[in-house]
Write a protein that binds this ligand. Structure first.
Ligand SMILES: Nc1ncnc2c1ncn2[C@@H]1O[C@H](COP(=O)(O)OP(=O)(O)OP(=O)(O)O)[C@@H](O)[C@H]1O
Length: 318
């Protein structure tokens, strides 16, 4: 990973570290009667790695989809570098946000290099006629794209496999290729949806290093992951979603030490959970039932004991 991955953000005029680049406010996404994301605020600053964690179905991917133009939030607003994001995913990519997907979405029958070249199309200025006429401008642009794609493959450690078909790569390398393709659009913010899913510990460790290297190139990262060790090693800040709402946000130590987060992951009832009152009622009813059953059981046992004693007594009497 030695190749320079100069991006827009490393160029002069890039936001100073610590400047807010992503500002999501009150993002709500409803599907019919289901509120998958409810009034979530989240910022990502330049130079940061931010984690988004939460149990299955908490709304993490839906939130990502709201940030990348795949969904138009029912309520709320998302700004990137002070501009409201357009509601089309290719325009969001052009604005500077790139992403990978939980389920790898590569072009399986294209080569590794071709997959990265596809990711560069939002940065290629050559238009339709240039492509049809294949003039010198087109060839220059094509050469530059190819060089940049090879740089990115070098950066993620896949240069030697540039001519392999994507479908022939092992799983961990397919995930790296997805990252290279996302980087090809020269983003200022990279969203990673479960980048280590299905990886062994060694591959996970390598991915951690890769994400640090991406951040060091001036690209902010927002990452969803279920591997807590990965998240807490990596992130400057972590936000926890539970049932579509942001429960806690803070540095790794704060989040790890928060008993509501522990409870959310251990499946214990949450103190401020909207369903906690109902859960407490059910628990109380169950406890009362158990008490009643115990009392009945005790009475029956006592009766049985008396009967036995009596019988035994009778026996003794004999
Ligand atoms: N397109 C959709 N239509 C209807 N419901 C949806 C849609 N997408 C997501 N949901 C629902 O929204 C809720 C949140 O799902 P989401 O995939 O965002 O959760 P998640 O936190 O990413 O979960 P996981 O960790 O399992 O990937 C779930 O109840 C899910 O079934």
């Amino acid at each position: 990973m030695t190749t320079d991955t100069t991006t827009k953000d490393t160029a002069p005029g890039a936001p100073a570290p610590g400047t807010t680049i992503l500002d999501a406010r009150g993002v709500t996404m409803r599907f019919g009667g289901l509120t998958a994301v409810n009034g979530v605020d989240l910022t990502v600053n330049s130079g940061e790695i931010v984690g988004l964690i939460g149990p299955n179905g908490a709304g993490k991917t839906t939130f990502f989809n709201c940030l990348t133009g795949l969904y138009i939030p029912t309520e709320g607003e998302v700004r990137y570098k002070d501009r409201v994001l357009p509601a089309k995913s290719f325009k969001v990519t052009a604005a500077g946000i790139a992403r990978t997907f939980q389920n790898i979405r590569l072009f399986a029958n294209m080569t590794v290099l071709e997959n990265v070249l596809v990711g560069r199309h939002t940065r290629t200025k050559e238009g339709f006629w240039s492509a049809v006429l294949r003039g010198p401008g087109f060839h220059r642009a094509e050469k530059a794209s190819r060089e940049r794609a090879l740089e990115l493959l070098e950066f993620v450690g896949l240069a030697a496999k540039a001519d392999h078909l994507a479908r022939n790569l092992p799983y961990g390398e397919q995930r790296k290729l997805e990252i290279a393709r996302a980087l090809a659009s020269e983003p200022g913010l990279l969203l990673l949806d479960e980048p280590t899913a299905g990886m062994n510990p060694q591959e996970t460790r390598a991915t951690e290093e890769l994400v640090f290297a991406i951040r060091d190139k001036g690209i902010a990262v927002l990452v969803i992951e279920h591997d807590m060790r990965f998240i807490f090693n990596l992130c400057d800040r972590v936000a926890v979603l539970v049932q579509g709402e942001k429960l806690v946000e803070g540095d790794s130590a704060t989040v790890q030490g928060d008993e509501r987060v522990v409870a959310a992951y251990l499946g214990e009832p949450l103190a401020d959970d909207p369903g906690a009152a109902e859960a407490a009622e059910v628990e109380a009813a169950e406890a009362a039932q158990a008490q009643a059953a115990e009392a009945t059981g005790a009475a029956e046992t006592a009766e049985a004991d008396t009967t036995t004693d009596t019988a035994a007594g009778k026996e003794n009497d004999r």
